[in-house]
Design a protein around this ligand. Structure first.
Ligand SMILES: Nc1ncnc2c1ncn2[C@@H]1O[C@H](COP(=O)(O)OP(=O)(O)OP(=O)(O)O)[C@@H](O)[C@H]1O
Ligand SMILES: [Mg+2]
Length: 236
C-alpha cells in the first residue's frame, strides 16, 4: 500500500444551521488521481475549500504527508505543497498569460513558470492578454497557476467546466501525463463521467455533505445508492 499523502478527518462545515459538510473523512494515496463526484450541492467544493484552508472556520483535521496542517491558512498550505484551482477560473483578464504564471510562481516561491507554460502549451500565448485567449486556453492557464511549484497534492474543482467533450478529454489526458511525470497526487471534482473514467484510479462520492461510497470507478458507477443519488438530482 502506498503512502497516504492527504488525510482529512471529521471534516465539518456549517453555514448557519445547515451542514454543507458533515463529518467527512478522506484519505488520498500518493500517485492517485482521485475523482470527487456527487450531485449539485453535495459539498464537493466545500470539501476542497476545507482541505485547502479557504473560508470560514470548520471542524476536523487535515494532514499533508502526515503533518497536521489544520492550523495553516491557504497560502501556508500552498507553500507546504498543497495547491488548488477554483470552480470558476481565477485568472485576471488584463494581465498577460506569462505575467500571471510568473506571479503565481512568485507567490508559490517557485522558479518553474517557463517549464509549466511549456508543458501546458501556453508558451506561445505568453504575451497575450488572458482575456483575449480562447476559453480552452484560459482553462489551461488556470491549471498552470495551480501547477507552478509542482505541488505534491493538487485539488481541482471542475477544471474542464464549460469545455467541449473533446477539449475536456484533451485537458484530462494532459493532466494525467503531468501528474505522472511530476508525481503530483490529484483530487479532482468533475461532473463528466467520460473524463472521470479516462483519468481516475478511484472515486469518492459525496451526497448531502457526507461520503456515500468510495471505490474503483467501474464499481462505483453501478452501485444502486450512487444511481439513486444522481437520479434524485439535477445532474444527468
Ligand atoms: N457560503 C455559503 N453560504 C451558505 N451556504 C453555502 C455556502 N457555500 C455553499 N453553500 C451550500 O453548501 C452546499 C454545498 O455546496 P458546494 O458548493 O460545496 O456543492 P458542490 O457539490 O460543489 O455543488 P456543485 O456541483 O453545484 O458545484 C450547497 O447546498 C450550497 O448551497
Ligand atoms: Mg462545486
Amino acid at each position: 500500500m502506498s503512502e497516504i499523502v492527504l488525510e482529512g478527518t471529521g471534516l465539518t462545515r456549517q453555514y448557519g444551521g445547515f451542514r454543507a459538510l458533515d463529518d467527512v473523512s478522506i484519505m488520498v494515496r500518493r500517485g492517485e488521481i482521485r475523482g470527487l463526484i456527487g450531485p449539485n450541492g453535495a459539498g464537493k467544493s466545500t470539501l476542497i475549500d476545507v482541505l485547502s484552508g479557504r473560508g470560514a472556520f470548520s471542524r476536523g483535521t487535515v494532514k499533508l504527508e502526515g503533518r497536521d496542517i489544520s492550523g495553516l491558512n491557504a497560502r501556508q498550505r500552498r507553500l507546504a505543497g498543497l495547491a488548488r484551482s477554483f470552480q470558476r477560473t481565477n485568472i485576471f483578464g488584463d494581465l498577460t498569460v506569462g505575467e500571471q504564471v510568473h506571479l503565481a510562481a512568485r507567490a508559490a516561491e517557485a522558479e518553474n513558470a517557463g517549464e509549466v507554460m511549456e508543458a501546458l502549451a501556453l508558451a506561445p500565448l505568453a504575451d497575450r492578454r488572458a482575456a483575449d485567449v480562447s476559453y480552452g486556453d484560459q482553462r489551461r492557464l488556470d491549471l498552470a497557476l495551480a501547477l507552478v511549484g509542482r505541488p505534491r497534492v493538487l485539488l481541482l474543482d471542475e477544471p474542464a467546466a464549460g469545455l467541449t467533450m473533446q477539449e475536456s478529454l484533451t485537458l484530462a489526458a494532459l493532466l494525467r501525463d503531468l501528474a505522472q511525470r511530476w508525481q503530483v497526487t490529484v483530487l479532482i471534482v468533475e461532473h463528466d463521467m467520460d473524463v472521470i473514467f479516462a483519468i481516475c484510479s478511484s472515486l469518492t462520492v459525496l451526497h448531502l455533505g457526507r461520503i456515500l461510497v468510495e471505490g474503483p470507478p467501474e464499481q462505483v458507477r453501478v452501485m444502486p445508492e450512487v444511481v439513486t443519488a444522481y437520479l434524485g438530482s439535477s445532474v444527468a
